[in-house]
Write a protein that binds this ligand. Structure first.
Ligand code: GLN
Length: 494
């Protein structure tokens, strides 16, 4: 039999149902793989072997009693941003040292309700701020992928870099992740995995450490489109504890995966053809268009005129919300406390020591754009531009567009410690040019691996959908996955 860890989530689910192996055996296989790989990849910041074994045991007992749930016995990794009761939850920050919440996030609670097994907490950029997983207090995650002609370590993308690396390197059957500006889709593209940021409101934000509350959304990272659909079905759902959670029934997303694209109209936004875009990204995009056409979709050029303002607008709104959300980390209630001569001194010393450079940069930008005298010029104006960006999409959908196809990222994975990005944060921010618009408009976006660059590294395409129409994205994503027909397994060097 194939190694248990290499089975897709869907195949593992069938194997468990057919009693080919037990949840305990599957969990042990993953724990052994993590033990071997984690010193090299640094994907997990905490391995919860004890909890995993207990949950796997309970799963086998449920199955024996004829009470198996939709995800029974499936081992998952959880991004460190999700509150997990009594378990390490630090958003990969020093300031949350030792924090073990008294609560469970709704999304993870939904997964446990459906029988899934928790393997541990996954590394990420500190407070989900970053595109390379290099801002983590726990050190960078290493991408399991290497270029064919080099042994240099590459970044897995961010902020959900641990989730993407763990899924790609067979260290979990699937993972939770979050996306505020691209943090599910960009790491998916960099690791040859599938990630979906659902419509804002589809998954509850309750119990997830907040970055920018009007943009944050949880979603799955998985090895196949079908696996992502299965996971989202369990993660999603109305939650009265999140006032922005949508009171809508959750479809069986997996049922939509093989629906095809016949009769759909796919929009190609001309503003996404950026100056200086690498030739191979353009080629990938054209290939995606050809695949969708060949399967019966109509493809039409569209215009989303405010696209060029999305990134600058994001870097006003996201830091503004972050500066407010992160005000609570002051040494009083959570994690780290650095003693000072009085309480103000204690606050200052704690925040100076507890936050990393990128987080401090965001807090300073956010505080600036919200300050008296600048609020109207920056924050209020950014909110207006955000509305215009949203209207661009609404106009396209009103005009008969069912989904939009774009590249997921402007490049393949880059090197750890890349000098250009280190010297200029804006270069790092540019990773998200194709993805932030989707968060600004609250729409669903799916990244699917579609090709490889000249050095054999994975490249992804993005599909953007109408609000709450994730089903169309799964169907079109599956067409791309099937048409590409490539194996997105990294060469195992670790
Ligand atoms: N890279 C973006 C940022 O640093 C997006 C991060 C995210 O989606 N969490 O803000």
């Amino acid at each position: 039999m194939t190694e248990l860890t290499k089975l897709s989530l869907a195949a593992a689910r069938r194997g468990l149902a057919d009693k080919q192996f037990s949840a305990v055996e599957l969990t042990e296989a993953y724990l052994a793989a993590i033990e071997r790989a984690n010193p090299k990849l640094n994907a997990y910041v905490a391995v919860t072997a004890h909890e995993a074994r207990a949950m796997a045991n309970a799963s086998d007992e449920r199955r024996a009693a004829g009470d198996a749930r939709p995800l029974d016995g499936i081992p998952l990794g959880i991004k460190d941003l999700f509150g997990t009761k009594g378990v390490h939850t630090q958003a990969a920050s020093h300031i949350l040292d030792g924090f073990k919440p008294e609560y469970e996030s709704t999304v993870t609670a939904n997964l446990w309700r459906d029988g899934a097994v928790m393997l541990g907490k996954l590394n990420m950029d500190e407070f989900a701020m970053g595109s390379s997983n290099e801002t983590s207090y726990y050190g960078p995650v290493i991408n399991p992928w290497r270029a064919e002609d080099s042994n240099a370590n590459l970044v897995p993308g961010g902020s959900s870099g641990g989730s993407a690396a763990a899924v790609s390197a067979w260290l979990c059957a699937g993972a939770t992740a979050t996306d505020t500006g691209g943090s599910i889709r960009q790491p998916a593209a960099f690791t040859g995995t599938v990630g979906i940021k659902p419509t804002y409101g589809r998954c509850s934000r309750w119990g997830i450490v907040a970055f920018a509350s009007s943009l944050d959304q949880a979603g799955p990272l998985a090895r196949t489109v079908e696996d992502a659909a299965i996971l989202l079905t369990s993660m999603a759902g109305f939650d009265p504890k999140d006032s922005t959670s949508a009171e809508l029934a959750v479809p069986d997303f997996a049922a939509a995966v093989e629906r095809g694209v016949k009769g759909l109209t796919i929009g190609i936004p001309r503003e996404y053809r950026m100056d200086g875009m690498p030739e191979e990204i353009e080629r990938l995009w054209q290939q995606g268009i050809a695949w969708l056409k060949a399967e019966g979709a109509t493809v039409r050029d569209i215009s989303l005129p405010h696209t060029r303002y999305a990134l600058p607008t994001y870097y006003i709104i996201a830091p503004a919300e972050a500066s407010s959300n992160l005000a609570r980390y002051d040494g009083v209630k959570y994690g780290l406390r650095v003693a000072g001569k009085d309480i103000t001194d204690m606050y200052e010393l704690t925040r100076a020591k507890g936050f990393g450079r990128e987080v401090k940069r965001r807090v300073m930008i956010g505080t600036y754009v919200l300050s008296a005298g600048y609020y109207d010029a920056y924050y209020v104006r950014a909110q207006k531009v955000r509305t215009l960006i949203k209207r661009d999409f609404e106009a396209a959908f009103a005009d008969g567009i069912d989904a939009i196809l774009t590249p997921a990222t402007p490049s393949a994975a880059f090197g750890i410690g890349d000098e250009d990005m280190r010297a200029d944060p804006v270069k790092m921010y540019l990773n998200d040019v194709f993805t932030v618009t989707v968060n600004m408009a609250g729409l669903p976006g799916l990244a699917v691996p579609a090709g490889k660059d000249a050095r054999g590294l994975p490249l992804g395409l993005q599909l953007i959908g109408r609000p709450f129409d994730e089903e169309t994205l799964f169907a079109a994503g599956r067409v791309i996955e099937r048409s590409a027909g490539l194996d997105f397994s990294p060469r195992q060097w670790w």
